[in-house]
Design a protein around this ligand. Structure first.
Ligand code: ZN
Length: 133
């Protein structure tokens, strides 16, 4: 089964964008009833995670905690000036896997899949591989 990709446009330097709908679309296009969806972000300053979608303050708190732990300007050597974004990306991670049952993503009631921008605004990519079991 082939890989699909979709584009995410961030508007801010640090931002968590709900991409659950785009992923569900890719799963439905693949026509897989039971399996897994593997998602990979091919960037070194953007990541992917699953977390709460109900209260937007959760996203705000995650981003502000990361900003407190890894400020944009600090004792870094990387000449591009975006070391905070590289560190956040490694901590949050570049891929997630979601189960598929009855053609739908298996997520908890309050869970969404979030693209995490740490050096925006930029146009980014998410790769998606749907496999049936
Ligand atoms: Zn860099």
């Amino acid at each position: 089964m082939s890989m699909t990709s979709f584009t995410v446009k961030s508007r801010l330097r640090n931002e968590m964008i709900d991409i659950t709908h785009e992923v569900a679309q890719a799963v439905s296009q693949a026509g897989v009833q039971s399996g897994v969806c593997y998602l990979h972000v091919p960037h070194t300053t953007a990541a992917i995670t699953i977390n709460e979608n109900a209260d937007p303050d959760v996203r705000r708190d995650i981003l502000s905690a990361l900003a407190r732990a890894f400020p944009q300007h600090g004792d870094y050597r990387h000449s591009e000036g975006n070391s905070d974004a590289h560190i956040k990306t490694s901590l949050v991670g570049s891929s997630v896997m979601v189960l598929i049952e009855s053609g739908r993503l298996v997520l908890g009631t309050w869970q969404s899949i979030f693209f995490c921008e740490f050096d925006g605004p930029r146009t980014r990519k998410v790769h998606c591989k749907v496999m049936h079991s």
